[in-house]
Design a protein around this ligand. Structure first.
Ligand code: SAM
Length: 272
């Protein structure tokens, strides 16, 4: 339903936040997100082009979206990502344009992303112990992430928010280390309880609004063009088949009151 240029679902939630996953590929293999050998990548022709993403977003913004986050997979591995950021930043009506990244390539990209119009970044960091980082990400180099974080700060991609996935609680040693690091640098930290989409295991994000269905204001566009109204539900509306307007309308109308479970969604495709 639309009122005064804003979109509301059946539960009177104002839907104004679009998360766009731009790739299913990633340069890390976090244990809770990706299988060790990776995934069979989507075919090139199944992945939305920049033109398709921008044209979809323009229509979404016309309908009431004013907050956009780019995610993945790892968004910085998508070729010419800076060009996409610039094209999205040029859309009138987006108040908040951000990107979620694992930080590995941020040292290289932070300055140009800022110049392209990106406002801020969320960086995933589950531990500040280099060996644990290697273990959790199956080979990742924590030093590169730390240099990426420095580069984001220098570039002014602020406020920097850190996403920390915890397996049981935010009191576990890795999480406490991340909290101390964030407190020392004045970064906001959000603890995300490890989820299982298949069984519907999820919990509210500590320090954020995710995971609280009553407050959910999101639609998610996957890299293969499926618009999903809920992370924990298999409902999806293909924007190529339906067109943007219809896909948005159907997704909002079908948005469930609460998440249940999803057999089809995968974090690396839908972006969390
Ligand atoms: N590659 C980017 C990154 O690492 O931030 C963006 C995509 S990643 C899928 C987005 C977020 O989802 C990350 O913060 C990641 O930690 C989180 N995530 C992935 N799998 C998860 C799971 N099973 N439970 C909770 N969060 C998860």
């Amino acid at each position: 339903m639309k009122r005064e240029g804003r979109m509301y679902d059946r539960y009177d939630r104002n839907i104004h936040y679009l998360r766009i996953s731009v790739t299913d590929r990633c340069n890390l293999r976090c244990k809770y997100c990706m299988p060790e050998k990776g995934i069979r990548p989507l075919r090139h022709e199944d992945i939305l082009s920049f033109e398709e993403i921008v044209s979809f977003t323009r229509i979404a913004v016309k309908n009431g979206i004013d907050k956009v986050r780019i995610t993945g997979g790892e968004p910085l591995v998508r070729k010419n990502i800076v060009y996409l950021v610039q094209s999205l930043a040029d859309i009138d009506g987006i108040k908040d344009l951000s990107l979620t990244t694992n930080g590995i390539l941020l040292e290289e990209f932070a300055g140009t992303l800022k110049d392209a119009g990106l406002k801020r970044v969320n960086i995933s960091l589950d531990t500040v112990d280099p060996d644990r980082f290697k273990e959790i990400t199956r080979g990742g180099d924590l030093d590169r992430v730390m240099r990426g974080i420095d580069a984001a700060e220098t570039a002014g991609l602020l406020p920097i928010k850190i996403n920390c996935v915890v397996s049981k609680s935010s009191d576990e040693p890795d999480a406490l280390g991340v909290k101390a690091f964030c407190d020392g640098r004045d970064f906001k930290v959000r603890f995300i309880h490890q989820m299982d989409l298949g069984t519907g295991k999820y919990a509210p994000v500590e320090g954020g609004t995710g995971g609280d269905c009553k407050k959910c204001d999101k639609l998610r566009l996957s890299s293969d063009g499926n618009l999903r109204p809920c992370l924990f539900n298999d409902l999806s509306f293909n924007v190529r088949k339906l067109g943007a307007e219809k896909a948005i309308r159907m997704a909002i109308e079908a948005k469930p009151e609460c998440g249940t479970q999803s057999a089809r969604n995968r974090f690396n495709v839908i972006g969390g």
